[in-house]
Design a protein. Structure first.
Length: 328
């Protein structure tokens, strides 16, 4: 944790702000402060990520700027007096920080409305299309497979310690899916992506969307980003009804190859299964079964849907193949 004084000094010395009020917005990974002056509202984001480095932070800022130049909205960066795009706060290490405009009236996307499921799909498809053309350097933060392996280790320890034998099947599910993922990985398209388009990070604004969190923007797989969107906005929300609208529309803007579609048949389910509320919060077998039933129902719908999509797109197979991206 960084104390408040260096933050106040930074806003005074590097941004020339004389009077301001600070309010902690309690970010998950970063330190996020709302900064209110007499005339403006800003957000100061200080990275607390231990893996953050100059080249990573700069690669993220460059990507955000690139997206802004292609009309993909995010809060405008306020430059410090130095004219750079970001500053650092020094405690025992460099903490990278940037100041942004504060955005009022943010609404979460509501994909239970079919029109919005389509609208959001169009936005994500366009975001992927633009990101696909991004040629600047980008770096892995973590790849999804190492992240899943880390989660698997945690899960194994948790099942042992909590003695909840009924959760043991999750370990098998996770292991199986990791090995399936590994096999598909060489054929998955990847580029610099945001990798965290969850609720709380992306909002509706007027007739558009704005993402506000990019602290894990890095090389990522297109299909993995979609897998997480399916998990958060459809499976976890019991909103499978409109997933076909989302997928149809997304694929019109950004066609995935057959391997990428295959990943979508199981990874969203795997992510949903091993979210905290499926094992840490399910204190009884009954609660777990209840959660599991919803996931299994979603799984059936998902498999069927992807099969439909794959058949209807099979005559475009040539597009899929030419779409497979190069290894970095
Ligand atoms: N520019 C902004 N305008 C308005 N609210 C913001 C802005 N940036 C962050 N917030 C608020 O702060 C919360 C946490 O910010 P976020 O960048 O997502 O942090 P974390 O990386 O820790 O998740 C957001 O969910 C949002 O409510
Ligand atoms: Mg966030």
């Amino acid at each position: 944790m960084i104390s408040i004084n260096p933050i106040k000094q930074l806003l005074k010395n590097e941004y020339g702000l004389d009077w301001f009020k600070l309010e902690n917005l309690h970010g998950h990974t970063d330190m996020i402060y709302k900064v209110t002056t007499h005339r403006h509202k800003y957000v100061l984001k200080v990275s607390l990520n231990r893996k953050m480095s100059k080249r990573r932070f700069e690669s993220q800022i460059n990507y955000i700027q690139y997206l802004q130049n292609h009309d993909i909205l995010s809060p405008k960066i306020i430059k410090p007096c130095t004219g750079n795009l970001y500053t650092t706060i020094k405690d025992y290490r460099n903490r990278y920080s940037a100041l942004f405009e504060y955005i009022d009236n943010l609404y979460s996307p509501n994909l239970s409305k079919p029109s919005e499921a389509r609208e959001y799909a169009k936005y994500i498809g366009n975001l992927h299309k633009i990101s696909h053309k991004y040629n600047n350097k980008h770096y892995w933060y973590y790849d999804p497979i190492s992240e899943e392996t880390r989660k698997l280790k945690y899960l194994e320890k948790f099942v042992k310690k909590s003695k909840r034998k009924y959760l043991a099947k999750l370990i098998k599910i996770k292991k199986d899916n990791i090995s399936r993922y590994k096999k598909l990985r060489p054929k998955l398209g990847k580029t610099m992506l945001l990798n965290d388009l969850s609720e709380g990070n992306i909002f509706k604004i007027n007739n558009n969307y704005i993402f506000i969190d990019w602290n894990i923007a890095a090389t990522g797989y297109f299909a993995d980003e979609i897998a997480w969107i399916i998990t958060w906005f459809f499976i976890k929300k019991n909103n499978m009804k409109h997933l076909s609208k989302f997928l149809d529309e997304y694929l019109k803007h950004f066609p995935l190859n057959s391997i990428e579609l295959e990943l979508l048949t199981f990874m969203p389910i795997s992510y949903a299964y091993t979210m905290w509320d499926n094992f840490e919060e399910c204190k009884t077998k009954e609660l777990f079964r209840e959660q599991e039933k919803k996931i299994l129902d979603s799984s059936k719908i998902l498999e069927q849907l992807i099969r439909q999509v794959s058949t209807s797109l099979s005559h475009h197979r040539a597009t899929y193949i030419s779409h497979s991206h190069d290894e970095q």
